[in-house]
Design a protein around this ligand. Structure first.
Ligand code: SF4
Length: 369
């Protein structure tokens, strides 16, 4: 089954670290929404799989759209695809958009999962990152969503922020657990050169945390969340039982997906495609870049995404899909990592142990074909 992704690229203000596709030119929002409906109509044939399992509204800030506008995309999708068995419809929200009316309208829409960009429960850290909400705003927003009966809430937090480890991070982790949300994504801050933080780093105004601090903080995140009953099921993701993100899981298991909107990516099992990022250009004319994946690309991709998950790779599956010789080559390369504890093997499965997730990228690179 496939997935649909709608990218709403607008933000009221830009966070210091953000390199997602976004724009503060909200005057273009109405035209962008129209262009996105047109793109959905025009490009629905890109997916061979006509059955949709998950729909995701990401950004940017999708909560700048009213729930009725979100619902329009959902009903439009149902006209083009078989959405009768959709399991999960997620919308990303910013805490300060969640008024009581907004929460109520979301509850009355088809959305059944809300993902909130909390990032920290320390106001100083939030200010440093340039977020437009406070810790209390986030707590109030979660309460409001709960109050109207939204039962599947995910929050994002960021660690590895220089100057905001120690007690600041501890408070954030504890508070995240106390909210009782079903899912938590915890990302290490990465500073890209084209962001405000990137420029500050270049001028020596901020620092990156050292590798050992990264490891300590990753370990703290892992310890606190797993002790609270969350499963650490992917490098950056923790879930209570039954609440793994189905949408992201479909990316990780190679499902087809159609992305709509500026900067959105799509994949149909053979072709990967990405859309023009600039909003002004998008409303005039939608242009795509694309690449056709070879069998080897697909194998590398399978290895890369699978080793970031607790289930790891399945050598039997590799043998069936790509042939015995590839499975044997990967198995023999994996041996030395198994010997030093960076990989573990159980039957045909090879996985990165959860406490080694942080270094999974270097293991993955070694297993690449
Ligand atoms: S982090 Fe989110 S809210 Fe902040 S600029 Fe990026 S997309 Fe917008």
């Amino acid at each position: 089954m496939g997935a649909l992704y709608f990218h709403i690229p607008f933000c009221k203000r830009l966070c210091g670290y953000c390199d997602f596709v976004h724009s503060v030119k909200s005057r273009f929002m109405p035209q962008t929404v129209v262009a996105m409906h047109e793109e959905l109509d025009r490009e629905s044939g890109f997916l061979r799989d006509r059955k949709i399992r998950t729909i995701y509204f990401g950004g940017g800030t999708p909560s700048l759209l009213h729930p009725s506008e979100i619902e329009c995309f959902i009903s439009h999708s149902s006209e083009l695809f078989d959405c009768s068995e959709v399991e999960e419809i997620t919308v990303e929200v910013n805490p300060d958009d969640i008024t009581e009316q907004y929460a109520e309208a979301l509850k009355n829409s088809s959305v059944n999962r809300v993902s909130m960009g909390v990032q920290s429960f320390d106001d100083k850290c939030l200010q440093f990152m340039g977020r437009r909400h406070s810790a209390n705003d986030a707590l109030r927003a979660i309460e409001r969503l709960r109050g109207v009966g939204i039962e599947n809430i995910s929050i994002d937090i960021i660690f590895g922020v220089s100057g905001f480890g120690g007690q600041s991070l501890e408070r954030t982790l504890q508070q995240a657990v106390e909210t009782g949300v079903e899912h938590i994504s915890a990302y290490h801050l990465t500073i890209e050169p084209q962001t405000r933080f990137g420029r500050m780093l270049q001028r020596g105004e901020i620092e990156q945390v050292s590798e050992s601090v990264s490891e300590q903080e990753f370990d703290a995140v892992h310890q606190v969340f797993t002790a609270a009953g969350y499963e650490h099921y992917e490098v950056s993701n923790f879930a209570k039982e039954g609440y793994r993100s189905r949408h992201n899981s479909s990316y990780w298991t190679g499902a087809e997906y159609l992305g709509v909107g500026p900067g959105a990516h799509s994949y149909n099992g053979t072709v990967r495609r990405w859309c023009e990022q600039d909003v002004e250009q998008y409303v005039e004319r939608v242009e795509y870049g694309s690449e056709t994946l070879t069998a080897l690309d697909a194998l590398n991709e399978y290895v890369m995404v699978s080793l970031r998950r607790v289930e790891g790779i399945d050598l039997q599956y590799i043998a069936q899909r790509w042939g015995d010789s590839w499975a044997e080559r990967i198995a023999s390369r994996a041996e030395r990592f198994v010997a030093c504890g960076w990989l573990c093997r159980s039957g045909s499965r090879v996985a990165v142990p959860v406490d080694k997730f942080l270094i999974s990228d270097s293991v993955i690179a070694e297993l690449f074909e």
